[in-house]
Write a protein that binds this ligand. Structure first.
Ligand code: ZN
Length: 495
């Protein structure tokens, strides 16, 4: 029975293909709000960051924060958009308790950026995802319903916090592509330092528009919007769920209606929230308190000059200049702070591949164990770039073996000591002088006569065993290559 069900699902999903577009809300890293001087600091006491403007008192005048416009232009240039020379801020009218003005200031016709694209890569294949637009808007406040049983509370700290809404064309064909697009976009915004990309705190969140159509057709199916997805896992699971639900509904002869749905994380399903309103329901009109926004050539040129190297360019540079494999380059450039950490280490010791191994291997493992991998700032990391580079240098200079380096690394996690200091304090320096290695080899040969006979009878495999015994006798400190040479000489009678 269970098997029949699985087969039915597979059949259904093969007959229909998904079409996905995403709307991302990225909170901008400005110090003050979009239309007033209030702080944007997260986690403060409710309503601590408010004033008459962001509370929507009558008669107040909004003043557009220049930094918000600059950040929007930055994001637009980095995603190959056209920057609109004269754009308009509009009122989007709807009533909700967390929006006391009764309207949100946003952009409708004439957004500040239009017609860009983001190139993504999935399993080695590249894909071009078009952007419809990027516009600026203010966030709304937050309703709190469960603090007191008989009342609801409103916190307006978030009201007026600047957001970019980044809208893609329906160019994605799977949940995996949507995930890759989101990761790429997040990295770009983080590199630009316009958004911290923190999904947990809601500063990077997304709505997904999902429809399905019979394979081989071109007309779009009924579009269903899933609101407020706030983790990569939620994006993935919610889109997968919707594709299956819609395909099965059509397969069973049912009809889909355009609506907005919510993702229920605990039940792992989407449920209907409301039928989708269309633009005319919001009665958009230009905000009479704000003049049209004019962006001149000089401003665009100045912002363009301030753009630093973006993730895709940095990745290809790591591959071409440093000879790193695509896999390493991808991981190292996935976040700007990681790439910076790597390059800082590289300045001290230039062994790119070994440094990369330590970062994407050992360091990432530790960050994951300590739940630091989603920390946005590398200052919280347990090992500095300088110390990591010095560790690799000690290996390359033959001062310690790769194996001992693992021990030193563990000790580095516990203190701020330089690896050289740890090595000397713990007496871990590699033994390279032939005399003491020779003594150890002779002792091992004397106490393993059986293996020595086997080797001399032509069994090469015991050689590795004997090397291991010497390393053990020297507590891993003997220079492995020297051990190999001396051991072979002794066994073949040259020593
Ligand atoms: Zn304010």
């Amino acid at each position: 029975m269970a098997q029949e069900k699985t087969q039915a699902v597979e059949l259904t999903t093969m007959k229909y293909e998904p079409v996905i577009g995403l709307e991302v809300h990225a909170q901008l890293l400005t110090e003050s709000k979009i239309f007033c001087g209030c702080s944007t600091q997260f986690g403060r006491e409710p309503n601590a960051n408010t004033c008459p403007v962001c509370c929507g008192f009558p008669g107040v005048l909004p003043v557009l924060n220049k930094k918000v416009v600059e950040f929007a232009i930055k994001a637009g240039l980095a995603t190959h958009c056209q920057i609109t020379r004269s754009s308009i801020l509009a009122r989007k009218n709807y009533f909700y308790p967390d929006l006391p003005k009764g309207y949100q200031i946003s952009q409708y016709e004439l957004p500040i950026c239009a017609e860009g694209y983001v190139d993504i890569e999935l399993d080695g294949a590249a894909k071009h995802i078009r952007l419809t637009r990027i516009h600026m808007e203010e966030d709304a406040g937050k309703n709190i319903h469960d603090a007191h049983s008989d009342s609801s509370l409103v916190d307006l700290n978030r009201a007026g916090v600047p957001l970019l809404e980044i809208v893609s064309e329906p160019d994605m064909a799977s949940a995996a592509e949507a995930g890759a697009y989101l990761r790429t976009l997040r990295a770009i915004l983080q590199y630009l330092a316009v958004c911290d990309g923190n999904m947990e705190e809601g500063s990077f969140r997304c709505d997904a528009n999902v429809s399905v159509r019979p394979v081989g057709t071109t007309a779009l199916g009924t579009k269903i919007e899933i609101k407020n997805l706030n983790s990569f896992r939620a994006v993935d699971r919610a889109i997968e769920y919707e594709i299956r639900r819609q395909s099965e509904t059509l397969e069973e002869g049912g009809k889909l209606m355009q609506e907005t749905r919510l993702w229920d994380e605990h039940r792992e399903e989407t449920r209907s929230m409301r039928s989708k309103e269309s633009a005319h329901d919001y009665r958009y009109f230009p905000d009479p308190d704000l003049l049209p926004l004019v962006v001149d050539e000089n401003w665009i040129a100045a912002v363009r000059d301030s753009l630093l190297e973006l993730p895709a360019a940095r990745k290809s540079r790591f591959m071409s200049e440093l000879g790193l494999p695509a896999y390493d380059a991808e991981l190292l450039t996935s976040r700007k702070d990681i790439a910076d950490f790597f390059e800082q280490a590289l300045k001290i010791h230039g062994n790119a591949k070994v440094l990369s191994n330590w970062i994407v291997g050992d360091l990432f493992r530790v960050l994951k164990e300590r739940k630091l991998d989603d920390q946005l700032y590398i200052v919280n990391w347990p090992v500095s770039a300088t110390h990591l580079a010095e560790l690799v240098q000690l290996i390359d200079q033959g001062k310690i073996s790769g194996k001992i380096a693992k021990t030193v690394f563990e000790a580095m996690l516990e203190s701020d000591k330089a690896p050289r200091q740890i090595v000397s304090e713990k007496g871990l320096e590699q033994v390279s002088d032939s005399g003491s290695i020779e003594t150890a080899v002779e002792q091992v040969l004397a106490s393993n006569t059986k293996q020595v006979e086997q080797f001399r009878a032509g069994n090469d495999k015991v050689f590795g065993f004997l090397v291991g015994q010497v390393m053990k006798a020297t507590q891993g400190k003997a220079h492995p290559q020297k051990v190999n040479e001396i051991l072979r000489d002794k066994l073949t009678g040259n020593g």
